[in-house]
Design a binder for this molecule. Structure first.
Ligand SMILES: [Zn+2]
Length: 80
């Protein structure tokens, strides 16, 4: 598991859609990776905002993709 794999599965991880083996792999990676650890915090907030907007049933695939690409591009997570 490297950072790319981790980020790729992050949403499923946060949405509890992964099997126990994958969850364990990601959790282990997050423990040893500050970058992905920060990303998880950011993503959790992001997902919470989406849920608060009442759009949790409509997968905002395009939005997710854009955020993932931005994160992968090394942009600093923003809480604003
Ligand atoms: Zn990582």
């Amino acid at each position: 598991m490297d950072c790319d794999d981790c980020l790729e599965k992050l949403y499923q991880f946060l949405d509890q859609e992964l099997g126990p083996t994958e969850r364990k792999e990601i959790a282990r990676h997050l423990e040893g990776c500050d970058d992905c650890g920060d990303t998880v915090v950011f993503q959790e907030q992001f997902l919470k905002v989406i849920r608060d907007c009442g759009t949790s049933d409509v997968a905002p695939a395009e939005l997710r993709k854009r955020v993932a690409e931005r994160l992968r591009g090394g942009g600093p997570p923003t809480t604003a």
